[in-house]
Design a protein around this ligand. Structure first.
Ligand SMILES: [Zn+2]
Length: 231
């Protein structure tokens, strides 16, 4: 995917088309270089409280998010509903499919993971040995093994600059108790993000459901993209 030559550096960051703002912690996990020290401090405090804080997902590129989207839209990857049941996508209209995907997956160009300052976290030491990480709400709820971490994050993350943009279901994206955002960076990025930038990005993209997406974009933008908690 060639970058549009008229896109500014900021627009490239906002839409996941550059990695220049990313520091790679491992081969797969990268975070914004201006967030390194805040994340280190959060990790140390979590450790002192008994949690081995790990990042399941940090920076995600536009191309990665596009692959996730196209795989779900075309049926290669299952689309689940809120009850974790796989939907019969052949019975869904394009509009229904778009809404079903956006409950759990962002549109390419509209994921806060593009920004590098948003991360999905869990506590490695709380995950049972025979259990694969699911990143599903039940793991973080009162009967789940990450509940103590969830309680701790709600109380302490803000002292390190982090907040939970998907703290509860607001009619758009499902609740994501694992998704942290570093406010000093994300509040700036959110300020400069716009529906126009997203529309331009999608227009120049080979994305499944493109016409319907562009048609629905004003509604999708309000309902899924800017509809988050304010710190
Ligand atoms: Zn996330």
């Amino acid at each position: 995917m060639p970058n549009r030559p008229n896109m500014s550096e900021l627009e490239l960051i906002l839409t996941g088309k550059t990695e220049r703002h990313i520091h790679w912690l491992t081969q797969n996990v990268g975070i914004h270089h201006e967030m390194l020290s805040a994340f280190e401090q959060l990790t140390l405090a979590a450790k002192a409280a008994g949690f081995e804080l790990c990042i399941a997902s940090g920076f995600r590129s536009f191309d990665r998010q596009l692959a996730i989207w196209n795989n779900k839209f075309s049926g290669i990857t299952a689309i689940k509903d809120k009850a974790n049941q796989t939907l019969a996508i052949e019975k869904l209209s394009e509009r229904e499919k778009i809404h079903a995907i956006m409950l759990f997956s962002a549109l390419p160009g509209a994921s806060r993971h593009h920004w590098g300052c948003d991360i999905d976290v869990y506590a490695k030491n709380l995950l049972p040995q025979d259990q694969a990480l699911a990143l599903e709400p039940w793991e973080y709820q009162s009967s789940g093994y990450f509940y103590p971490l969830s309680v701790w994050l709600q109380e302490h993350a803000k002292s390190f600059g982090f907040f939970l943009p998907y703290d509860k279901f607001r009619g758009g994206v499902a609740q994501e108790p694992w998704h942290l955002s570093y406010l000093p960076l994300s509040k700036e990025y959110k300020k400069f993000y716009s529906e126009k930038l997203l529309a331009e990005t999608l227009l120049s993209t080979d994305i499944q459901g493109k016409n319907e997406l562009l048609h629905l974009l004003p509604e999708l933008y309000q309902r899924y993209i800017i509809n988050t908690a304010e710190a």
